[in-house]
Write a protein that binds this ligand. Structure first.
Ligand code: G4P
Length: 528
């Protein structure tokens, strides 16, 4: 098969949701369809369970397991599907944001009873910034929940997405009879037996078909007729072009645990979802079909075995073909690197691959060469844009707890920061190190890993900060004035960029008023 057809076969996407909406269940059903797993329950171990929120050891253990399922690749029809897993746990939200830079589209799962939840809002915001095509799957229709129209309104207002339903539920909860696929013009009858049989699908080209009335009963049938009239009157016709440009998102209804509505979702997905998309770099736009290889590292995962300090760098191929044992140019380090055992991820097993194509993610064994955002090319200097870093929310000073282990402490911290476990800032005046995280759990993870992987002890000291903000200025003299006046609140991030540490929202407002020429940003991009 030619390189171009290989690339055209790739569909790389992520599934995102607020915890418990059904992401793991949906992923698992998709893998079952793809034949990537044979039994239900195989993906469950990937999930960081609710009860583990305060138990970081358990989380680390599960993180170890999850390396294998971070990317799940399987063939479906003629296509190669790559699902990139995103941690649902909010303390790992940054990991999810970065993973979203490596996908070409996403499926958002929403719980019918809970509607749009906080975590979903944040994740969709990141997708919207990047114009990522989105499909919404409203899950758990077998349970009582919100009205189908109200949910669409919620998606429009809270997620800022324009929607068009491609399936429509008949009844809900106890009364749930099934969904009508507006896309394929057929009715799928719901029977809660966990699998969908051929006879459950009723081909209906005319929605007034009496068979529908028989199945649904008069009340639900009449309601459905009315609903559909409203749907046609209110929502725009589905257009693939609008979906691909992120202007409209199709909505499906179903029940993942009952494997209901999942095949319809997958069948529509493979028809409409984008092939590998072009990617912006600081230098130029990279097209997937270009011959030379290029791509970037979006995630780094430490080996869970403390005796082997190697790591896996997750590399998204943006153009061309990746080959084993071939020299590639590491742009930041300015040198050639060769990989003898790059791995692909086939559901629960990893295997060494000889080649991979734009759209794929390969795992590269690394002993400290990579940082998040690094690019590999065939010689061109390319810096991929849009790998975000957000202001942490919780901060602490971190100090070395054992003077005889300073080297281990410094090395350990540096490597953990390269992995994106947390962000570190160095205070300008005192040169003290500050760690910033999204969830407090990361402090425990850092302390534990420093001790067990690097033999170093760290001590924390509390620090109350509102936010860390990246400072940009066009006018150098204003910047100098600001630096002089706020010296005690300045720090630099790991790339040496200037950061203002605001101790309260009030201070931030004051500084913004005093220095209107400066920009204070709550996000930054790697390598920007
Ligand atoms: P997450 O990855 O988004 O966090 O959610 P997950 O798939 O683990 O699903 C959360 C809970 O919701 C699970 O129940 C799962 O079985 C259930 N669930 C998923 N889809 C549906 C659905 O269509 N209908 C109903 N009624 N429930 C659904 P749990 O009790 O937390 O876990 P488990 O004991 O079933 O594994």
């Amino acid at each position: 098969m030619s390189r171009q057809s290989e690339i055209n076969r790739r569909r790389t996407f992520g599934i995102v949701s607020h915890p418990d909406a059904g992401k793991t269940t949906l992923t698992e059903k998709l893998l079952l369809f793809g034949g990537a797993i044979q039994v239900a329950g195989a993906v469950k171990s990937n999930k960081i369970k609710k009860h583990a929120t305060s138990d970081f050891m358990e989380i680390e253990r599960q993180r170890g397991i999850s390396v294998a399922t971070s990317v799940m690749a399987f063939p479906y029809r003629d296509l190669q599907i790559n699902i990139l897993d995103t941690p649902g746990h909010k303390d790992f939200a940054e990991d999810t944001y970065r993973t979203l830079t490596a996908v070409d589209s996403v499926i958002v799962v929403i719980d019918v009873a809970k509607g749009v939840e906080e975590q979903t809002e944040k994740l969709v915001e990141v997708c919207r910034m990047r114009h990522t095509p989105i499909i919404v799957f409203i899950n758990k229709l077998d349970r009582e929940g919100k009205d189908a129209f109200d949910l669409l309104d919620e998606v429009e207002t809270r997620l800022g997405l324009r929607v068009t339903p491609l399936s429509w539920p008949i009844g809900i909860g106890q009364d749930f009879k099934g969904v009508y696929s507006l896309y394929e013009k057929k009715f799928i009858h719901f029977k809660a037996h966990g699998k969908q049989e051929e006879e459950d699908i009723v081909e209906i080209s005319d929605i007034k078909d009496p068979r529908l009335n028989q199945i649904a009963g008069d009340r639900l049938y009449n309601q459905f007729q009315q609903d559909l009239e409203t749907v046609h009157g209110v929502y725009p016709e589905f257009s693939r072009e609008d979906y691909l440009s992120g202007r409209i998102c199709p909505v499906f209804y179903g029940s993942a645990v009952n494997n209901f509505g999942v095949r319809e979702l997958l069948d529509c997905f493979v028809e409409i979802a984008p092939t590998p998309r072009s990617r912006e770099t600081e230098e130029r736009v990279v097209q997937p079909y270009e011959e030379p290889l290029s791509g970037f590292v979006f995630k780094i995962h430490a080996n869970m075995d403390p005796k082997h300090r190697d790591r896996i760098a997750f590399f998204r191929i943006c153009s061309g073909e990746f080959k084993r044992n071939t020299n590639y140019y590491h742009v930041r380090l300015g040198r050639q690197l060769k990989f003898s055992n790059p791995t692909s991820f086939m559901a629960s097993r990893k295997e060494v691959i000889d080649e991979a194509y734009a759209g794929d993610v390969v795992g590269l064994y690394d002993n400290g060469n990579f940082k998040i955002g690094d690019s590999l090319t065939e010689g061109e200097s390319l810096h991929f844009k849009g790998i975000p870093r957000f202001s942490p929310e919780i901060f602490r000073y971190v100090d070395n707890g054992d003077p005889s282990k300073f080297k281990q402490f410094a090395k350990g911290l540096e490597q953990l920061m390269d992995e994106g476990v947390a962000q570190m800032f160095i205070k300008e005046e005192s040169q003290r190190k500050i760690i910033g995280v999204v969830g407090a759990l990361q402090f425990d993870v850092i302390q534990y890993r420093l001790e067990h992987e690097y033999g170093a002890i760290c001590r924390y000291e509390p620090l109350t900060l509102h936010k860390a903000l990246w400072v940009h200025a066009r006018d150098q003299s204003k910047l100098d004035e600001f630096k002089q006046r706020r010296r005690k609140d300045l720090a630099s991030d790991m790339e040496g960029k200037l950061v203002f540490l605001a101790d309260s929202a009030w201070t931030l407002r004051l500084v913004q008023e005093n220095f209107p020429e400066l920009q204070f940003s709550t996000s930054s991009e790697f390598g920007e």
